[in-house]
Design a protein around this ligand. Structure first.
Ligand code: FES
Length: 147
């Protein structure tokens, strides 16, 4: 049994398994995507663990024992409103598959720096692949969210 906090609630995983699968299949947290067969290269499964940006496909339930795991489902209502507005305003969403991971990367950045430069935004989403829009509109959305 592995105990941790998921989006503010205590949860128990019965077995040690890949965190990505636990989240999607056992906890019904479906914002976290498997975009690269869990090889750690696409960023679609990006989550925060104790505030640090990590990839759920490279973690296990045992590795997050006692820690705090946050996905976009765990954002505050205010944060959800801001990111929804900013991404819509910038026209940054097409298929949407990468967006939860992008938002987690944005949150990891904006929680520390509310006035990021474009270079800092670019760096923050370096590990998040988008195959539709390119990155300019996503960077714009993060700029808007920062305001
Ligand atoms: Fe692609 Fe985790 S599923 S990085």
């Amino acid at each position: 049994m592995y105990h941790f906090i998921l989006n503010g609630e205590k949860v128990v995983a019965k077995e040690d398994k890949r965190l990505l699968e636990y989240l999607r299949e056992d906890a019904n947290v479906t914002s976290v995507k498997n975009g690269c067969n869990g090889e750690g290269v696409c960023g679609a499964c990006t989550i925060l663990v104790n505030g640090r940006k990590l990839r759920a496909c490279l973690l296990t339930t045992a590795k997050v024992e006692g820690k705090e795991v946050t996905t976009v489902e765990g954002l505050s209502e205010r944060e959800k409103e801001i990111y929804t507005w900013a991404f819509a305003e910038a026209g940054a969403v097409q298929c949407g598959y990468c967006i939860p991971g992008m938002i987690i990367s944005a949150k990891a950045l904006l929680d520390k720096n509310l006035n990021p430069t474009n270079q800092e935004i670019k760096k923050a989403i370096t590990g998040n692949l988008c195959r539709c829009t390119g990155y300019v509109k996503i960077e714009k959305a993060i700029e808007l969210a920062a305001q």
